[in-house]
Design a protein. Structure first.
Ligand code: SF4
Length: 403
């Protein structure tokens, strides 16, 4: 089983961010860690039964926590690891530049954290400023070097493309600058303009400035940060998207999920778990859990998704308020399995499909699979069904047909 631990605090809210995170809540940190430790304790029996394969402390900005509170949390996690009877195969913490120092890094290392995920987003300082990040590239570079010097040999760097004012040339500079540092893993997502964010006010479909999305010139940010450029137009966005895989492959990075690249053997085990239907427990504000039940014959019987409250004051009062969000059975389970696996260039194994669902994928989806194989958007090779490179580009519309 996987364990996700959410730390919903940041120094400042980025202008594109719709994650469950708050700035300016330092006064709550102590109570939050106490509530979180109590919630973690409630999973002891489950952890004893199912073990802990991977752990991921994410956010927010987990590295915002100062050492004394982090010690409290990591000691509690240590006790859960002891309960599970084996060390996790992968133990990651998310960090943001500007909140990391050598003392914190040493502490993470001491408690067995063996992977760092650092949110850089761009190597271009002007783009970082537009995003509302608290750091510049040099600050990231210092943090990255500290991490290497402290012995971290498995580091992910998060990047975002299709930023306001970004050209294919500036994205290429970011990719090459980062790849030359030789991190083991790079995540490269495209910017999504999410409702409720400052960027939505500027670029959202129904915002006053909607027309501005792909025009030239600048518009006032509306939040006192001055003028801000339009998003790349569709052609430029496509160029940006397509060049990512080509450039990263020059540096030895393989694409193993639509937006994730790694050196061989450094694929994120935790994230692969999410994408292949592993059980996971989410602890902390708004965290989700997913638990499957299998029959004695190995077939998937059902799965349940839970979610903790997203209300900070309720959580701080010691009530995670976990509610069942969704129960998946029959066809829903199959749709979820196919959808998750089609995000992976490897696709899904036809044999595993029969093992889990008791019938061949072709019996259920033969017509859809044939249609996309004929269009060269899907392929069936070596017992796997997968999207081709062109299929991955239009994955959302294909996946929708399997649900
Ligand atoms: S650091 Fe990450 S979680 Fe925090 S506000 Fe920025 S994007 Fe959101």
């Amino acid at each position: 089983m996987e364990l996700y631990i959410h730390i919903p605090f940041c120094v400042k809210k980025c202008r594109y961010c719709d994650f469950l995170s708050f700035a300016g809540k330092e006064a709550c940190f102590k109570d939050y860690i106490e509530a979180l430790c109590a919630e973690l304790d409630s999973y002891r029996t489950l952890i004893r039964e199912r073990g802990l394969d991977t752990i991921f402390i994410g956010g927010g900005t987990p590295s915002i926590l100062h050492v004394s509170l982090m010690v409290q949390l990591l000691e509690r996690v240590d006790s859960l690891i002891a309960e599970s009877g084996a060390k996790p195969r992968e133990y990651t913490i998310e960090c943001n530049p500007g909140t990391l120092d050598r003392e914190k890094l040493r502490l993470y290392k001491k408690h067995g954290i063996n992977r760092l995920s650092i949110g850089l987003q761009s190597a271009n300082d002007a783009e970082l400023k537009l995003l509302g990040r608290i750091h510049d590239y040099d600050c990231f570079l210092d943090n990255y070097r500290f991490a290497r010097e402290e012995g971290f040999d498995n580091i992910n760097i998060d990047l975002i493309s299709a930023l306001p004012g970004q050209t294919a040339a500036s994205w290429e500079r970011t990719l090459r600058t980062v790849a030359e540092l030789n991190p083991e893993h790079i995540s490269a997502y495209s910017l999504i303009i999410e409702p409720g964010t400052p960027f939505y006010e500027i670029y959202g479909e129904d915002s006053e400035n909607a027309k501005f999305r792909n025009q030239s010139g600048t518009v006032d940010s509306g939040d006192g940060a001055g003028s801000i450029p339009p998003l790349p137009d569709e052609d430029e966005e496509r160029r940006i998207y397509r060049m990512t895989s080509d450039i990263l492959s020059e540096y030895g990075y393989g694409r193993y999920e639509i937006s994730n690249y790694s050196k061989p053997g450094f694929e994120s085990k935790h994230n692969l778990g999410y994408w292949t239907g592993a059980d996971y427990i989410g602890a902390g504000l708004g965290a989700s859990s997913y638990l499957c039940e299998r029959g004695a014959d190995g077939r998937l019987k059902n799965a349940v998704r839970f979610k903790n409250t997203g209300d900070l004051s309720i959580y701080l009062a010691g009530k995670p308020d976990r509610t069942e969000e969704e129960k998946l059975t029959g066809r829903d389970l199959i749709g979820e399995y196919v959808m998750l696996h089609l995000r992976l260039p490897k696709g899904f194994s036809e044999d595993e499909f029969v093992q889990l669902f008791g019938q061949p994928a072709d019996e259920l989806f033969g017509d859809i699979i044939k249609k996309y194989v004929d269009m060269e958007l899907m392929e069936k090779t070596d017992g796997y069904i997968r999207l081709t490179e062109s299929g991955l580009d239009v994955s959302n519309s294909i996946m929708a047909e399997f649900i």
